[in-house]
Design a protein around this ligand. Structure first.
Ligand SMILES: NC(=O)c1ccc[n+]([C@@H]2O[C@H](COP(=O)([O-])OP(=O)(O)OC[C@H]3O[C@@H](n4cnc5c(N)ncnc54)[C@H](OP(=O)(O)O)[C@@H]3O)[C@@H](O)[C@H]2O)c1
Length: 303
């Protein structure tokens, strides 16, 4: 944690296709913590000094590059900036490519929209593009109460799936309230003892969750495993059983952010922000994610 320090840097210059965003809120993801610890995106960013963590922002456009056509000064925008790459979101001002952002819905706060960036985009890109959930599919979402999971439950339900979510008992009502039809308390029973005939597993855990999840897939079913490093064998393991498996990495995409903005505006998807931290409390925010017990999302709010 000692390598997480506050420092003064110049306001970033923008290129022709970028906007300068005065940040009102940024969200914290597990990849921030992994990167701080030398994993995650660290190897890609190691030549930057300072390395500025973070990818998820919500804020106000204060300047536009010459070629920018989608936004103008004063627009409220949000999105996941330069992932994979150097997002530099833990800052008062962020230079962001126009193509990574969307207009913030008027009825959603800066905190809720910052939350709905990397985690929501991960869920949406997997469920809409990587796998394509169809109505009636039986879907199992691991860590359904977490950042990615709580969006994935709502989105799967919206796409017409029958959703089963794993979480501890204390998050049962939360997970069912998100639209899951069943909640499995992973502390009380192994999910593979009570679930079967699943079309799709979203694995946020890795490790033995891959082998255990393969047991509950129906013939021809698919698992997508997203924890970095933990899932390199998912493809081979799935294929050995005649199933489909793959890893996935989210990437910045303003068109997908616009779809998420629409889902937020219509109330189809909501961000559950369990805690809001100040800019001087980023270490506490990291400790919260490190607990592995974060409910929904946590966000840092700027004045
Ligand atoms: N590849 C990609 O593009 C990508 C994108 C986003 C995230 N990720 C990765 O995906 C993982 C999840 O990210 P996240 O943002 O959703 O994390 P998170 O918000 O920190 O997840 C916290 C949640 O995990 C739940 N949990 C902990 N142990 C569990 C278990 N054994 N079974 C079921 N639920 C459990 C907790 O629920 P309880 O409190 O009820 O236990 C808590 O709500 C991380 O490894 C992250 O780096 C990858």
């Amino acid at each position: 944690m000692e390598n997480l320090v506050e420092t003064e840097v110049p306001i970033p210059e923008i290129s022709d296709n970028e906007v300068l965003v005065k940040v009102k809120a940024f969200s914290i993801n597990p990849v921030d913590i992994k990167t701080r610890m030398g994993r995650g995106q660290a190897s890609r960013l190691k030549e930057y000094n300072p390395m500025i963590l973070g990818w998820d922002i919500s804020g106000i456009v204060s300047k536009t590059g010459k070629s920018v056509t989608s936004f103008k000064e004063g627009n409220e925008v949000f999105g996941m900036v330069n992932f994979p790459g150097h997002g530099k979101a833990y800052a008062e001002y962020v230079a962001a490519p126009e193509s990574h952002l969307a207009l913030k819905p008027f009825n959603v706060s800066a905190e809720e929209s910052a939350a709905a960036s990397l985690a929501a985009l991960t869920a949406w890109q997997i469920l809409k593009e990587k796998f394509r959930i169809e109505p009636g599919y039986r879907v199992l979402i691991h860590s359904a109460a977490g950042g990615v999971g709580h969006y994935a439950v709502q989105m799967s339900k919206h796409l017409g799936a029958y959703v089963i979510g794993t979480a501890s008992g204390r998050n049962k009502d939360f997970v069912l309230g998100l639209g899951a039809s069943e909640h499995i308390d992973y502390e009380k029973q192994p999910f593979e003892d009570v679930v079967k005939d699943i079309d799709f597993v979203l694995d946020t855990m890795g490790g033995d969750y891959i082998d255990r999840s393969l047991k509950v897939l129906r013939c021809g079913g698919t698992i997508i495993s997203i924890p970095s490093g933990a899932s390199e064998f998912v493809r081979e393991k799935a294929h050995a059983k005649g199933l489909n498996g793959d890893t996935f990495r989210v990437s910045s995409n303003g068109k997908d952010m616009k779809e998420i903005a629409d889902l937020l505006q219509l109330g189809i998807v909501k961000s559950y922000v369990s805690e809001i931290f100040g800019f001087n409390e980023v270490k506490a925010a990291h400790r919260q994610i490190e607990s592995g017990k974060t409910k929904g999302k946590i966000v840092v709010s700027l004045p």
